[in-house]
Design a protein around this ligand. Structure first.
Ligand code: SF4
Ligand code: SF4
Length: 350
């Protein structure tokens, strides 16, 4: 059984230390510690990017423990200004992971992925600091999904193509967080990671077991963790346990139901999605042939964020309207993730 702490935030700096202490988190003197926030998109909108004050407090904690902190993330493709988002450009420990030459790592235990591109940044320990969010593809973004930021730029699309949930588990066999600290101060609900609404929770959740941390985080969001297939896949891969003991606040005192993304509103999608994940990891795309991304032209402002992020150059503007080439589209849904207007929809099964 893994220990998971839940702490209400009054003073971020003190409460980060308290959450980590309650969870039994430790680092060794001299350890280089990579602190991995989720800076998915350059924005000042609350509930989109990990709260920089939480990250600052972790930097201070690492230093106090005698470690050497490095803060790093790589952005969603087509998001060049992400370093300036929400104060990260003023954090002297921050490094874009794109600055480190990436290398391809073999995944001996991978089921969907046999190898993955990873940032070449060197570290002894990693602290995953996701912002608590619902997510159109993964259902939730917590500490396990957050490790996708160690996959540079467009190489992330490989994980989307091969079945996202199993790919997240495979990735974590190579880069599992040593400590998870979920920033649930201001969160995102609905169509995350970009197009959802902000939700105030005022919490921190920490554990040395990321599977347990994400299990508790999911329950706090009012979601059954058994429906989050990457958490289940990570437990099956031996990366942690969904069996937990909570210290600090009680779950029932702090839980609050999150609005789900449109992709997960009907239960049959979740069940059929499990079957799809099984097939997608073996025979790429069966149900995808019947599915497509569509545009609500009334909402689309032609900002072109989706065009910049599309890995297949499947999106263009024709006759003053956004056009998606269904033959080129690989259904990675990255365009839906980045659209600030929630103007894109997916008609298939996740
Ligand atoms: S669909 Fe969204 S991201 Fe794409 S151009 Fe329109 S508003 Fe921008
Ligand atoms: S158009 Fe298709 S391939 Fe391009 S980003 Fe959207 S889902 Fe991915």
């Amino acid at each position: 059984m893994a220990k998971v702490s839940i702490v209400k935030v009054k003073d971020v700096s003190k409460d980060v230390s308290r959450a980590l202490k309650l969870a039994g988190a430790e680092i060794k003197k001299g350890d280089v510690v990579l602190i991995k926030p989720n800076i998915c998109k350059a924005t000042d909108k609350r509930g989109t990017v990990t709260n920089v004050d939480v990250v600052r407090a972790i930097v201070a904690w690492v230093r106090k423990m005698g470690g050497k902190p490095v803060v790093g993330d790589s952005p969603i493709p087509g998001n060049p200004d992400f370093e300036s988002a929400s104060g990260y450009s003023r954090l002297k420990e921050f490094r874009s992971l794109l600055a480190f030459p990436a290398k391809r790592i073999r995944l001996k235990k991978g089921k969907a992925l046999k190898s993955v591109m990873l940032s070449g940044v060197n570290y002894d320990k990693v602290i995953s600091v996701p912002l608590m969010k619902t997510h159109v593809q993964a259902l939730v973004t917590l500490s396990l999904k957050n490790m996708m930021g160690l996959v540079p730029g467009r190489a992330k699309h490989e994980l989307h193509k091969k079945g996202l949930h199993q790919s997240i588990a495979d990735l974590n066999t190579a880069v599992k967080p040593d400590i998870a600290l979920i920033d649930a101060t201001w969160c995102m609900e609905g169509n995350g990671p970009i197009g959802g609404g902000e939700k105030k929770m005022g919490l921190l959740i920490a554990s040395t077991d990321p599977v347990a941390a994400d299990t508790v985080g999911t329950i706090v969001m009012g979601i059954d963790p058994m429906q989050v297939r990457h958490i289940v896949a990570c437990e099956e891969a031996g990366l942690g346990t969904m069996d937990f003991e909570v210290v600090g606040e009680e779950i029932e005192d702090v839980a609050s139901e999150f609005n789900l993304p449109f992709t997960y509103k009907s239960r049959p999608n979740i069940l059929i999605g499990k079957a799809r994940e099984f097939f997608a990891s073996r025979v790429h795309v069966i149900t995808d042939r019947l599915a497509k991304v569509t545009v609500n032209h009334d909402l689309c402002t032609l900002c072109r964020a989706c065009i910049a992020t599309c890995p297949e150059d499947a999106i263009s503007v024709k006759d003053g309207k956004l056009h998606i080439d269904t033959d080129k589209c690989v259904r990675c849904l990255c365009c839906i993730e980045v659209c600030p207007e929630s103007a894109l929809r997916y008609s298939g099964i996740l």
